[in-house]
Design a protein around this ligand. Structure first.
Ligand code: FES
Length: 273
């Protein structure tokens, strides 16, 4: 009814009476006059661009509770029928009594928690150590490479006065079986005459065996054994002369030939590396 009245009010401007009447029933004083008034249009209903609209959501009938899938009103019930699980089986016996003061058992419960955390930390640290160890060991040299890192030489096969060349770690390795004359000569060299002063006894663990890296200390050429002005080694690249102890005596090389780490395992076996 209210809606009808409201709509009628909107249309009242176009339904103004066009006739004036006299209440006493006598003749009309003046003829009826047609009055042209401006039309007032009722605004059109909003265009619905979606299936949902606020108007559709508003209640149009007396409000009543209803529950349905498409119902406009949400009804909530008090869920008094839900069963609360019983966790008593998982609770510690010291806290099962709701009326008891649990502070007295706090220390023991915290101790258990610390034990669990500590055990986990120890296990985690051990696992981390294993992972790091495996990772680091994976970067170390493999067994076949380590085998090449050392070379074993049978000294019986090298005659006196000869120099034998081996390949060791990608470099030439000189092993020289020195004669008594060479030993005497190198032992009596005046150190003040040497560019890189070094005693022969400091370069040869056993006087008759000289172990050298065959790499010239100038620019890395391989010297020639039993050559040069001093009877030891001669580098033809730029003319460096080394004596029978591998010491630089003449030429541009600045240092003596390098002596690698080596050990005499027994009388006839030498291990280099
Ligand atoms: S590399 Fe041997 S003298 Fe230059």
């Amino acid at each position: 009814m209210l809606s009808f009245v409201a709509r009628s009010a909107n249309a009242s401007s176009v339904t103004v009476a066009a006739t004036q009447t006299v209440a006493n029933g006598t003749k009309a004083l003046c003829p009826a006059v047609s009055i042209q008034i401006e039309r007032t249009l009722v605004p059109p209903a909003p265009q619905k661009l979606t299936t949902n609209s606020l108007t559709a959501s508003l209640p149009k009938n007396p409000i009543r509770a209803a529950a349905s899938l498409g119902g406009p009103i949400q009804v909530r019930f008090a869920h008094t029928d839900i069963q609360v699980p019983d966790f008593s089986a998982y609770r510690r016996s010291s806290v099962k009594d709701n009326t008891a003061d649990t502070r007295s058992s706090a220390a023991s419960r915290q101790g258990f928690s610390y034990l669990i955390v500590g055990s986990g930390a120890v296990g985690g640290a051990y696992a981390a150590k294993s992972v790091v160890g495996e990772f680091v060991s994976s970067m170390s040299a493999s067994a076949d490479v380590l085998a090449l890192a050392k070379i074993e030489v049978k000294l019986n096969d090298i005659p006196e006065g000869k120099n034998v060349t081996f390949k060791w770690r990608g470099k030439p390795l000189f092993i020289r079986h020195r004669t008594a004359a060479e030993i005497d000569a190198e032992s009596n060299v005046d150190l003040s005459s040497l560019r890189d002063p070094q005693l022969d006894s400091d370069r040869a663990q056993r006087p008759e065996w000289l172990v050298l890296l065959g790499v010239c200390t100038h620019l890395g050429c391989v010297p020639i054994a039993n050559s040069g002005d001093f009877g030891g080694y001669y580098c033809p690249c730029h003319g460096s002369h080394y004596d029978s102890s591998g010491r630089i005596r003449k030429g541009p090389a600045p240092l003596n030939l390098e002596i690698p780490t080596h050990t005499f395992v027994d009388e006839n076996t030498l291990v280099v590396g």
